[in-house]
Design a protein around this ligand. Structure first.
Ligand SMILES: *[C@@H]1O[C@H](CO)[C@@H](O)[C@H](O)[C@H]1NC(C)=O
Ligand SMILES: *[C@@H]1O[C@H](CO)[C@@H](O)[C@H](O)[C@H]1NC(C)=O
Length: 298
């Protein structure tokens, strides 16, 4: 892991990428927010790992239809980001002290931090995430994504199984891209209202947790169609690494804030430099554990 400090302002190139991707209005609000952020809170201990890797192509679902692009694009960027938290069962299996710390202190503070910091174009439609397909190829018809013949029985976001009520109906076409329809018997879930982003949180002791001193990892998993912005993401908090010691609270909080940034889609391979408008933000760079070939191709 490298810990890179930089006072460089947001470069125009990275600002442009950011605008394309999220249409965030970050600068003014971050300066306000940073005044109540502990100045040391973004510099993690050197021995802590953030093992972020950019999600692989097959891990990200594109083209989630929420609202038509011509309507969304007219809205101004004047609404605070609204994040809906969804816990995997593994979070409820944490011991009581860890659950309380995560549920009552760490997640509310970390989520609220980014909700206050980031402004977006409001999502007025109901979010229903796309189902994953068995094949890597999909068809897009009437701006809706269709699987070939069948959808996967479960759609994952990171380690988390997306609940049926968050999913759209299964749409399919035949191998030739014809006879496109909703799979008979498949119904859309009730969906998510009043949020711009769904954040799935798990607390599983996975292989990745066991590598090095990984505390947590995160990435986005679905992007919506009109603005191509991430609309769902996940983080896994490695249970053994959650410390309830009060002297480690700030470190845990800054780690979770950092992971939420990855869940929102900020990643070294999407944005040349992670956003650091207030210069204190993101003083840490993540170690990349894969994606080398993609990077060398850039
Ligand atoms: C978890 O957090 C939510 C929202 O802050 C709260 O309503 C709920 O009571 C908490 N659960 C427990 C078991 O503390
Ligand atoms: C699909 O999206 C394009 C671009 O956003 C839009 O111009 C077109 O009207 C949409 N088509 C349908 C059938 O919604």
């Amino acid at each position: 892991m490298t810990t890179a400090k930089s006072k460089a302002p947001l470069s125009s190139a990275s600002a442009k990428t950011l605008t394309n991707m999220w249409c965030f209005l970050v600068v003014i609000s971050l300066i306000v927010v940073s005044s109540d952020a502990d100045s040391g809170s973004f510099i993690d201990d050197h021995h802590r790992h953030c093992s972020h890797r950019h999600p692989r192509a097959h891990e990200v679902v594109h083209g989630v239809h929420v609202e038509p692009a011509h309507i969304v694009k007219k809205r101004s960027i004047n609404q605070q980001l609204r994040i809906l938290l969804h816990y995997d069962d593994s979070v409820y299996r944490l011991d009581d002290r860890k659950f309380e710390l995560i549920n009552n202190t760490i997640l509310p503070e970390a989520v609220h931090f980014w909700e206050r910091a980031l402004m977006v174009r409001e999502t007025r439609g109901t979010i229903r995430l796309n189902r994953k397909c068995e094949s890597t190829q999909v068809f897009v018809k009437d701006n809706l994504t269709h699987c070939i013949d069948t959808c996967k029985s479960e759609t994952m976001c990171g380690e988390v199984v997306v609940p049926e009520e968050h999913l759209d109906a299964c749409r399919i076409c035949n191998k030739a891209g014809l006879n496109c329809r909703v799979e008979p018997g498949s119904v859309p879930g009730s969906g998510i209202d009043g949020a711009d982003f769904v954040f799935y949180v798990s607390a599983m002791s996975t292989e990745r947790c066991k590598k090095g001193l990984t505390v947590a990892y995160a990435a986005h998993c679905q992007q919506e169609a009109a603005l191509d912005r991430p609309i769902a993401g996940h983080a896994n908090l490695c249970p053994e690494s959650i410390s309830t010691k009060s002297q480690e609270l700030e470190t845990l909080l800054s780690t979770v804030k950092h992971e939420i940034l990855h869940a929102l889609g900020f990643s070294a391979s999407r944005v040349p430099e992670e956003p650091r408008p207030a210069s204190r933000l993101s003083t840490k760079r993540c170690k990349r554990t894969s994606g080398a070939s993609r990077r060398s191709a850039r």
